[in-house]
Design a protein around this ligand. Structure first.
Ligand SMILES: [Fe+2]
Ligand SMILES: [Fe+2]
Length: 285
């Protein structure tokens, strides 16, 4: 199967979880210059379960706002349209892709724990480096590997081949994909993100997180996601061995050199934030 046939097949799958109407409505409203705070709040308030979740998210310790936010109107005023969109997207996507279907070797809760760790780490890197909006980096980290879920659920034979090759040939997930598939999980995720009309920077961060391109307009967000992914994958607590960042892209190494040098100092400190984010996203479905 070549890349084109693969993506065509992806296109024809009709039961790929569709995003809740609220995400589509909010994305659409944000493209429209006439959207007011009141209009946006009214739409969100129609979905009370969403309101509860968003308020809980924006008031949580790992989301990084210090003042208490008590209603959606207030949330939109204080946090802005984009942050509210990010909150809605985060909550909806984790929920849509936390289904029961699982394959040997691929555990959905484990997958989300990795993604949440990359989200929190990305947020931290952006706060420290001031290279991009912390909130945008959180969502990009959360969704960077979403293509893996699609692969596991809709192309199970291919996914199993990849998994076998990881176990038998000692390859990384990405290396095994490169050897076996016409497209990799990053491209699959990016393709969907585009279909969901996500912002361009988010689409690029998903699509290129293993293959950085210097020419991208939102390069900083991409460098942060790529680096956060590498930190989460390579840092082994209590091992006493300094983490190996030789696979980090040189561009990212330069942009985030200070943060990379001090990983053993700060990474263990954000562990509680990662835990509470996992609790928030994974506990109550
Ligand atoms: Fe990845
Ligand atoms: Fe990853």
């Amino acid at each position: 199967m070549d890349a084109k046939t693969f993506l065509k097949k992806l296109d024809s799958i009709s039961d790929i979880p569709t995003l809740p109407t609220i995400v589509i409505k909010v994305n659409k409203m944000l493209e429209d210059y006439d959207t007011t705070i009141k209009k946006l709040s009214t739409i969100i308030e129609k979905d009370q379960a969403m309101v509860t979740k968003i308020l809980k998210l924006v008031n949580s310790t790992f989301y990084g706002f210090s003042s208490k936010i008590t209603n959606i109107n207030h949330a939109v005023i204080i946090l802005g349209f984009n942050t509210i969109r990010n909150a809605i997207v985060s909550v909806s996507i984790v929920k849509a892709f936390s289904g029961e279907r699982r394959l040997e070797g691929f555990d959905i809760p484990d997958f989300w724990r990795h993604s949440i760790a990359v989200a929190v780490t990305g947020r931290y890197l952006s706060e420290q480096s001031r290279l991009d909006a912390p909130n945008d980096c959180f969502v990009a980290g959360l969704l960077h590997d979403i293509g893996k879920v699609i692969l596991s659920q809709y192309f199970p034979e291919l996914f199993e081949q990849v998994w076998r090759s990881i176990a038998e040939d000692g390859l990384s997930f990405y290396e095994a994909e490169e050897a076996l598939l016409p497209v990799n999980h990053a491209q699959i995720g990016g393709y969907l993100a585009k279909r969901w009309r996500f912002p361009a920077g988010l689409i690029d961060s998903i699509t290129y997180h293993h293959t950085i391109r210097k020419s991208l307009p939102n390069l900083n967000q991409l460098l942060i996601v790529h680096t956060a992914d590498s930190i989460v994958n390579n840092y082994k607590a209590d091992s006493g061995i300094p983490p190996d960042f030789s696979s980090v892209n040189p561009e990212a190494k330069e942009a985030l050199s200070r943060q990379l040098e001090s990983v053993p100092g700060w990474f263990p400190e954000i562990a509680p934030e990662i835990d509470s984010a996992c609790e928030f996203f994974l506990d109550e479905g």
